[in-house]
Design a protein around this ligand. Structure first.
Ligand code: HMG
Length: 389
């Protein structure tokens, strides 16, 4: 029985900082960001947006189109958790009005959390083909102001409906898997910004790719030429080009610009203007590919590389279903991205440095531009979510 992605929907903040503005403020050549790391804009969440509002906003179009019946799992992958105990997905479950007969869990392993949720969902649907799962990746990438990681911030969420006989992508069962206890990127509980050994992290990302790709090709007997499109975890888009060159080199190929354009670059379009969204990022890439590739991808195989620092990596693949385009929310995604508000550097720093109230009092948050849901305030340490007006 085929299982996989039946619907996929992406949401990101309505605010962004152009990396030219960041470059000017930091005295850096903008080409370092635009070309060197391959990023143009980073999405910045306003004070009344968090992973719950982004996750619910990503999932709502799917619920409106498909209803709530038989959704027996909501797995939310994130490393921007809002509570040490309660799963953030429970707030999403409430906002979306999902059935009580639904397992709700939070998956954490840095950027791998979304893939962990996907694998759990596929296993559940295999066992009970009448059931469906909502898998969401949602994150806010934050590094210290002025640090090398600053230009690789961003935020966003991707929601996927996982079913039997999916209409967008059947996920193939084989995978290369790799874990190692390392410190390339981490965020202790007492910090709201991640710490990172940047250069080391990129080396480990590429080494884990080589390992998982090697396993994948051995298990499947497939090679570089059997993959039609490539999607990677995207901390910044330039790393995907490096990854692609590595895989091609292992097959004795040097891809030219035209080939990279065809097999890779449509998956980078959204990330380039929204930035890293950690657990969502690989799936932002997949959604970008589906929305922006002009060719008919029906029947094509997509290679998927998931990487979460710390680290866990996985290489797997899927086959795009004929007629997939009818299931996409392409127009909605484009409208959202075209209708964002650019921040000044001062506004960016003000949003960044705003402290979340921790005194247990009653606080109401000013209304910014958000999706259908917003974080209205906090009372007695409880977050209050509302429909945006
Ligand atoms: P850096 O040290 O400031 O940058 O930080 P750099 O000096 O290495 O320059 C970057 C690139 O720009 C270089 O290209 C330069 O040559 C080029 P490369 O040598 O790499 O090909 N460059 C220029 N190009 C054109 N014109 C110019 C110019 N100047 C320089 N004028 C770093 C870069 C990525 C390390 C930093 O941004 C960082 O620490 N980022 C955060 C960590 C990260 O994203 N790691 C990626 C792998 S780990 C991962 O993906 C997991 C993660 O998503 C977390 C999770 O799992 O949860 C992060």
């Amino acid at each position: 029985m085929k299982t996989g992605i039946d619907r996929i929907s992406f949401y990101s903040s309505r605010y962004y900082l152009d990396l030219k503005t960041l470059a000017e403020a930091r005295g850096t050549d903008p080409a370092k960001y635009y070309t060197g790391i391959g990023q143009e804009k980073m999405a910045i969440p306003p004070p009344d947006e968090d992973i719950v509002t982004m996750a619910a906003s990503a999932a709502l179009p799917i619920i409106e189109a498909e209803g709530r019946d038989n959704i027996e799992l909501l797995a939310l992958g994130t490393e921007s958790g809002i509570d040490q105990s309660k799963a953030a997905g429970l707030f999403v479950h409430g906002l979306l009005g999902l059935p009580a007969r639904c397992r709700v869990v939070e998956m954490k392993e840095a950027c791998y959390g979304g893939t962990a949720g996907l694998q759990m969902a596929l296993a559940m649907v295999q066992r009970n083909p009448g059931s469906k799962a909502l898998v969401i990746g949602a994150d806010i990438a934050r590094y210290d102001l002025g640090s090398p990681g600053e230009a690789t911030q961003g935020c966003g969420a991707v929601a996927m409906l996982i079913t039997a006989n999916p209409r967008i992508m059947t996920v193939e069962p084989e995978a290369g898997i790799f874990s190692d206890d390392i410190m390339d990127f981490w965020r202790p509980n007492y910090r709201s910004q991640a710490l990172v050994d940047g250069k080391y992290s990129t080396r480990v990302y590429l080494n884990a790719l080589a390992d998982t790709w090697g396993q994948y090709t051995t298990i499947t007997g497939r090679g570089y030429g059997d993959i039609d499109r490539f999607c990677y975890h995207l901390p910044f888009t330039r790393i995907a080009e490096k990854a692609q060159e590595r895989l091609a080199k292992s097959a004795g190929i040097k891809p030219d610009d035209e080939t990279l354009e065809q097999v890779l670059r449509r998956s980078l379009v959204y990330n380039r203007i929204t930035g890293n969204s950690y657990a969502a990022s690989l799936y932002v890439g997949l959604n970008s590919l589906l929305d922006n590739d002009d060719g008919d991808l029906g029947g094509k195989r997509v290679g998927m590389y998931s990487y979460g620092s710390g680290c866990v990596a996985e290489y797997f693949s899927g086959i795009i279903e004929p007629g997939y385009r009818e299931q996409l929310f392409t127009g909605r995604h484009r409208d959202m991205l075209d209708d964002r508000t650019e921040l000044t550097f001062r506004q960016y720093e003000d949003m960044f440095t705003l402290n979340f109230p921790t005194d247990g009092g009653e606080h109401t948050f000013a209304q910014y531009r958000t999706g259908p849901f917003r974080l209205a305030g906090v009372e007695q340490h409880k977050r209050i979510y509302k429909r945006a007006e």
